[in-house]
Design a protein around this ligand. Structure first.
Ligand SMILES: Cc1cc2nc3c(=O)[nH]c(=O)nc-3n(C[C@H](O)[C@H](O)[C@H](O)COP(=O)(O)O)c2cc1C
Length: 191
């Protein structure tokens, strides 16, 4: 696949089939993350790949609580778009039936400049989304646990030796074709 096609064609996918991702594809997706650029080559990320049915079920229960805590904010923010709230509810409570969810953390708790390590980890996440799309695997980058104030609970549960929780990313084969949200105008200038 052309890089541009992956960049433009990738969508956030919130419902998946039950087909598992092969070990080889998963390894390629993780490797794409590891090859992201990073500030002063710190490679400051740590990924917990949740894949076993038991651990996925445990994570679903956790995310269900994340939804309950964020619902009031969502109802306010999307007062005119109840379908978005309904979709988010189903997604967070079921993880869209995803067969694999990667939790991204900072590798160390004590980086002197959080801003650059967060940017580096975000680059790694985007690499994984694009590598997944290239293989026909859908994904969704999720920070709802941060908004719910449950990031530290996630860290203590899944990566107590590591640093901040950055995001959860669901992966799986899409069970529908998502539409691209319209890209907003006025978001760049060339000088
Ligand atoms: C930092 C970040 C956090 C996000 N958090 C969530 C989330 O918590 N729940 C969710 O359903 N989607 C989440 N998304 C996905 C966005 O809603 C999605 O990228 C956006 O609507 C544009 O759609 P697209 O990815 O299909 O282009 C997040 C995306 C990013 C980059």
């Amino acid at each position: 696949m052309e890089t541009r096609d992956a960049i433009i064609g990738r969508r956030s996918v919130r419902r998946y089939t039950e087909q598992p991702i092969s070990d080889a594809d998963l390894q390629d997706i993780i490797t794409a993350g590891l090859y992201a650029p990073s500030a002063v080559d710190l490679q400051p990320w740590y990924f917990v790949v949740v894949r076993s049915p038991e651990k996925l079920e445990e994570l679903r229960e956790f995310m269900s609580e994340v939804y309950d805590r964020t619902e009031p904010v969502l109802l306010k923010r999307f007062a005119k778009h109840p379908a978005i709230v309904a979709e988010t509810r189903v997604f967070l409570k079921s993880l869209g039936d995803s067969q694999c969810c990667i939790l991204a953390f900072l590798y160390k708790p004590d980086y002197p400049d959080k801003r650059v390590v967060m940017q580096s980890t975000s680059a790694a996440i985007q690499n994984m989304l694009l590598a997944a799309y290239d293989k026909g695997v859908g994904s969704c980058w999720m920070t709802a646990a941060l908004s719910a104030g449950m990031d530290e609970d996630l860290r203590l549960k899944y990566a107590p030796e590591q640093g901040d929780f950055i995001a959860a990313i669901t992966f799986g084969y899409p069970s529908y074709t998502p539409k691209a949200p319209r890209r907003k105008d006025g978001r760049y200038e060339i000088i």
